[in-house]
Design a protein around this ligand. Structure first.
Ligand SMILES: CC(C)(COP(=O)(O)OP(=O)(O)OC[C@H]1O[C@@H](n2cnc3c(N)ncnc32)[C@H](O)[C@@H]1OP(=O)(O)O)[C@@H](O)C(=O)NCCC(=O)NCCS
Length: 392
């Protein structure tokens, strides 16, 4: 490693700067550096172990995750100074346009970082501009479409920085509801006909939300939507590998932070006869007041009559209550879900009349870069299923 004091820093617009996939050693160095921002309550070694554990999931292994570093091409490999770093995650996605739906790949960007002593020199900006060009063809050699159609990221630094480079802020709202005790859960709620939700283990989530049949049904929904309104519709595929990647993180924390003997087993809830399901994950943040049960993805059939609507809201209420109980059992501060539909809002207010939709301005801003205009796909794009599962 080169001591930072010995490094002559090139200007951010230097032609000698390149963005390149990190060597395995550089990846560890990048993680060590960004631990400053993201290790939370873990020590650096545990944080590196967490990152290696996440890399070893089906979504990310074998090239699913690329760690990128901005370096000076004049420095020899093995002795390069990391000026800035980030990651891209290759994900399955859908594109629906003009009544057709295609399986495509997308790249989600995460872990954008520059060490404090190198900040405000333009390195992250240069990196993002280089990345934007690289991603356009990255890992697409064997795909039918050789160019990227869209890319997503979740900004924790507000809405302006990434928008300069084409990642435009999309809807970024959520609702939070508090945990409930087992006693409260058993007592039920006064108004209504709330059914009992079934707790889902990982395999149940796989069956109920990720089977080929279910994924095909969702693909078809997008296709039909693209017949009804102009403008491309895109979505990150809500497949099982995504859920497993999120669960790998909660399982790591349960073992290494909470020293829990048992990994968290309940991964979601559902009401079978109303076809309402959700998958969730526990996120253990900086301190216990940040611990949150995030609903990664909701699935339900769009109701066609007032009776169906009533039944769907009741089922959602039941699923949310099961989530509230789970949050209590894991000592989490809240249950949260992103971009709630009007039906979810209705269900949440049955449980907590003070529940409000919060529009985020600073953190987890869902942002999407659209490359489709140059590919004859028009200027408009709708991000469907913009939910927590696609976060990275
Ligand atoms: C964000 C970060 C990567 C920027 O790196 P950098 O090399 O200093 O960035 P650049 O010099 O290219 O650009 C600086 C600009 O970034 C933006 N920016 C940086 N931090 C920001 C923050 N916390 N909130 C909003 N904008 C921010 C500002 O526009 C800033 O310009 P300004 O100082 O004139 O307002 C760096 O500050 C960092 O690593 N922060 C900690 C990790 C993090 O939050 N990463 C982003 C995750 S989405």
């Amino acid at each position: 490693m080169v001591a930072v004091a010995d490094v002559e820093l090139p200007p951010a617009d230097s032609p000698n700067l390149i963005l390149t996939p990190a060597t395995p050693e550089e990846r560890i160095e990048a993680i060590r550096l960004n631990s400053l921002a993201w290790k939370g309550p873990l020590d650096v070694q545990k944080y590196i172990a967490r990152e290696n554990h996440l890399l070893d999931q089906k979504l990310t292994r074998n090239g699913g995750l690329t760690c990128w570093v901005l370096v000076n091409r004049r420095q020899p490999e093995g002795r390069r100074t990391i000026l800035s770093s980030c990651e891209s995650y290759r994900k399955n996605a859908f594109l629906a346009y003009n009544g057709n739906v295609e399986d495509i790949l997308t790249h989600a960007v995460g872990s954008v970082f520059c060490r404090p002593e190198f900040r405000k020199k333009g390195y992250a900006s240069r990196m993002i501009q280089e990345l934007s060009k690289k991603l356009e063809t990255w890992q697409l050699e064997n795909e039918r479409r050789k160019r990227l159609v869209f890319s997503v990221l979740f900004s924790d630094i507000g809405k302006r920085f990434y928008a300069q480079y084409g990642w435009v802020p999309f809807q970024s709202s959520h609702i939070s509801i508090p945990p409930i005790t087992n006693e409260e859960h058993c007592k039920g709620i006064p108004d209504g006909n709330i059914p009992l939700a079934r707790a889902l283990a990982s395999e149940d989530v796989n069956k109920a939300m990720c089977s080929d049949e279910v994924i095909n049904k969702q693909r078809e929904l997008l296709r039909v939507a693209s017949e009804k309104s102009p403008g491309a519709k895109v979505a990150v595929s809500p497949d099982y590998d995504h859920f497993v990647w999120h669960w790998a993180r909660e399982e790591f924390y349960a073992e290494h932070l909470l020293a829990s003997k048992m990994p968290p087993a309940v991964k979601g809830a559902g009401v079978d006869d109303r076809n309402v399901y959700c998958a969730w994950t526990r996120v253990f943040g900086e301190t216990p007041k940040d611990y949150t049960l995030y609903i990664l993805r909701w699935m339900y059939d769009e109701p066609q009559t007032p009776e169906e609507e009533q039944a769907t809201v009741e089922a959602m209420t039941a699923v949310m209550r099961r989530a509230q109980l789970e949050a209590h059992e894991w000592k989490l501060a809240r249950v949260e879900f992103w971009n709630p539909t009007p039906l979810m809002q209705k269900a949440a207010t049955i449980l907590d009349p003070s529940a409000k939709v919060v529009h985020r301005e600073k953190s987890s801003i869902a942002s999407l870069k659209w490359y489709g205009a140059e590919q004859g796909l028009g200027n408009d794009v709708e991000w469907c299923w913009n939910e927590k599962y696609s976060w990275c």
